[in-house]
Design a protein around this ligand. Structure first.
Ligand code: ADP
Ligand code: MG
Length: 689
């Protein structure tokens, strides 16, 4: 047996990885060579063959070769460089919105050119926006499918591919990765073979299968990934049951005071869940409870009651959200509800720095701050709590199991660990909850507050964009506000934000009478909140956004939402987005502006959105419709962000996983720990089990 050096050797042992690149990889949670080889592609491109230009289908991503027959700057809606590429079979336009003069001249004088990109219908017929290109004779065509990886700033696809090739070569040369599943799995494929296949699929691989994650190589890995999560939950549950927590007395005067101050009465569902939580908090073992509730079902106020009960028992409460925007929303709500009761609230995010941060940390350490709200900054090493008794985590699917485990360490001086309340709006079909959230008890808020007007959803092709823009003009003139959501166009956040910028500029030109705002993930926190504040105050009529608005934004006056390319999103995510409207008195409309042609399954899926507002029903339908074979990226699944697994797609494995994890945890503890280390993103936490 070769030694399993890959599992432990540092990425810096790879050629070309110095401290700078090592740091970038570290940002992707890649520290060891094994981490890198488990950094799996998001999708694949076929650059193995040249397509005749005459045969290019709209929506396809292709390699083309031909001559540039014309190349000029055009002045349409936006200035762009338009070059025509021609071969024996036809002609296609290459369009560049960003270009230099040098680039223009080079293109003009180019001889045979090879280019790569996605063909779409544009102003001149089929066009490719910003294709990659090079002189055709420079490099041979690829011989394998080209993997596309999740990136981080300053780390390009080519670099990652190069590193992975090095690792594959090492495996070829005899270095091995430990294969923990050899005796267990129903998947006979050895681990090394599965990894080689997913990083470097042969030219004739089934792209449909690869894109849907149903290829046996991917399924082999998905099984292992789900297994690692299941193992970690077993450990957590076991660990938790051994811990003790502070038992809280039942809700008392502060809770009554909040109840009296609220402008509304709790729904029956909220009341029921509030009671379940209160009972958990009275126990001497830590609560670990997941509250699921559709968008707008009113989870926040339920969390506020839990917080008050904790405070009445003289402990601190940490409230953590995955994004700054969402955390701020909580800050606003909790300040409104708790500050009048004399409760001091502290704010902590990665943007809080210097003196201010030190002061906040002091307030937390000395117990002055009763409630601490923020992002994951709440649980950094130097944030020490006086006595943390309850941790509330919103939108749990954004946090890994391991991060949750970190809170145990924050209990303060006492020997107890905090109770944990986890809230998610991601509807998880009930069958899955049982197996994948095995470490938690589960409550469901299955009722919306009264007086909501349901959102009417329309599905239309993007050829109707003009009419839609008209519609926005009319709606905003009558005082309504609207969202325009640009969906992911690339795995790169940068490009995604650029797309939103382009759209915002276009819409601002088309709608001169309307104030158009823009919010995306790359804005600074204060810029983001400034835009959101202006939108809330009604100074922005139309907010162009990337999917960052998915969670938490509450602007009741917004009654119109346009979602571009909804077919690219999972239904759960669409449902989340749509939940941003329909919060006020006006009838709200959601327009799903798809890019034709739309496959049969996509059509069916969007119809589910049109017909239903029930998040659980939508999630279940998504599961039914998708089935195996539907082309679907694994990252689009609604819940935990797995690298290769997809809870819905792979749920057939869950029974097996349960059995295998049981035997690993009880009989092969070392292997179980190693699997967690391999698949869970924060191995420093798993070391503490
Ligand atoms: P979510 O479950 O999506 O987090 P929120 O907690 O943000 O929902 O609540 C959505 C909105 O509904 C908020 O404006 C909140 O104040 C309001 N709300 C919550 N509970 C009730 C209720 N019982 N009656 C009326 N409005 C409520
Ligand atoms: Mg919420």
């Amino acid at each position: 047996m070769a030694s399993h050096t890959l599992d432990t050797s540092s990425v810096t042992s790879l050629k070309g990885v110095g401290p700078a690149l090592g740091e970038k990889l570290h940002r992707l949670n890649i520290n060891t060579v094994a981490d890198l080889i488990f950094h799996l592609p998001l999708r694949y491109e076929d650059r193995t063959k040249v397509t005749p230009i005459g045969a290019v289908q709209p929506g396809s991503t292709v390699v083309l070769e031909g001559n540039i027959v014309a190349c000029d700057v055009t002045f349409g809606k936006r200035r762009s460089l338009l070059a025509y590429l021609q071969d024996d079979t036809g002609k296609i336009a290459l369009r560049f919105f960003h270009f230099s003069n040098a680039q223009k001249d080079a293109l003009k004088n180019a001889s045979t050119l090879r280019c790569f990109g996605e063909a779409r219908r544009g102003a001149t017929g089929l066009e490719i926006y910003h294709p990659e290109y090079q002189a055709a004779h420079l490099l041979p065509l690829e011989t394998t499918l080209t993997p596309v990886y999740p990136l981080t700033e300053g780390l390009g696809q080519n670099k990652i591919r190069n590193l992975l090739n090095q690792i594959l070569q090492r495996i070829e040369d005899g270095s091995s990765l430990k294969d923990y599943l050899l005796d267990h799995t129903q998947f006979p494929l050895p681990l090394a073979d599965a990894l080689r296949y997913v990083h470097s699929p042969p030219a004739n691989a089934d792209l449909g299968k690869l894109d849907s994650g149903t290829h046996p190589a991917q399924q082999r890995l998905a099984f292992e990934e789900l297994l690692a999560h299941q193992i970690s939950m077993r450990f957590i549950r076991k660990e938790m049951s051994k811990q003790s927590a502070v038992s809280f007395k039942p809700p008392a005067e502060k809770c009554d005071a909040l109840r009296n101050r609220l402008a509304f009465k709790l729904t029956n569902a909220q009341q029921k869940v509030h009671v379940e939580i209160a009972q958990d908090l009275a126990k001497f073992s830590p609560m670990l409870r997941l509250v699921q509730g559709d968008v707008g079902s009113g989870k926040t106020v339920v969390a506020a009651f839990a917080a008050l009960q904790a405070i009445e028992n003289n402990v601190q409460v940490g409230i953590m959200a995955p994004t700054e925007i969402l955390a701020e929303q909580h800050l606003v709500n909790f300040t409104e509800w708790l500050a009048p009761l004399g409760i001091s609230i502290a704010w902590l995010s990665s943007k809080v720095k210097g003196k201010q941060r030190l002061e906040t940390i002091r307030q937390i350490a000395e117990g002055e701050a009763k409630v601490v709200i923020g992002t994951h900054a709440l649980f950094q090493k130097d944030v020490i709590y006086h006595h943390l008794g309850l941790v509330i985590i919103d939108e749990q699917h954004r946090f890994g199991v391991q991060q949750r485990m970190a809170f145990r360490e924050k209990g303060g001086a006492s020997a107890t660990v905090p109770h944990q309340l986890v809230m998610t709006a991601t509807p998880i079909p009930r069958t899955l909850t049982m197996s994948m959230y095995a470490d938690m008890d589960c409550s469901i808020i299955d009722e919306l507050p009264p007086g909501r007007t349901p959102v009417t959803t329309h599905v239309m092709p993007d050829s109707k964009r003009g009419e839609v823009v008209e519609r926005i003009a009319v709606a905003c003139k009558h005082g309504a506000q609207a969202y325009w959501v640009c969906t992911l166009i690339e795995e790169s956040e940068v490009l995604d934000c650029q797309a939103a910028e382009v759209t915002a500029t276009e819409l601002a030109e088309l709608l001169p009478a309307i104030n158009v705002g823009l919010v995306h993930g790359r804005l600074k926190a204060d810029e983001k909140s400034e835009v959101m504040d202006r939108f809330k105050a009604g100074n922005i009529d139309l907010l162009v956004a990337t999917t960052v608005i998915e969670v938490g934004v509450d602007v009741p006056n917004a009654s119109l939402m346009i979602i571009e390319n909804p077919e690219r999103l999972g239904l759960a995510q669409l449902h989340q987005l749509r939940g941003r409207i329909g919060r006020g008195k006006a009838v709200s409309h959601c327009l799903l502006l798809y890019h034709p042609p739309l496959g049969q399954l996509s059509k069916q899926r969007l119809n589910v959105m049109r017909e239903s507002h029930d998040g659980f029903y939508i999630a279940e339908q998504d599961l039914l419709i998708r089935g195996p074979g539907e082309v679907f990226g694994s990252r689009q699944s609604g819940s935990i962000e797995f690298r290769v697994a997809d809870l819905l797609r792979d749920q057939y494995m869950l029974d097996d996983i349960k059995a295998v994890s049981e035997s690993l945890v009880t009989e092969h503890r070392e292997s179980a720990l190693a699997l967690m280390e391999r698949w869970l993103t924060d191995p420093t936490q798993t070391g503490q089990v």
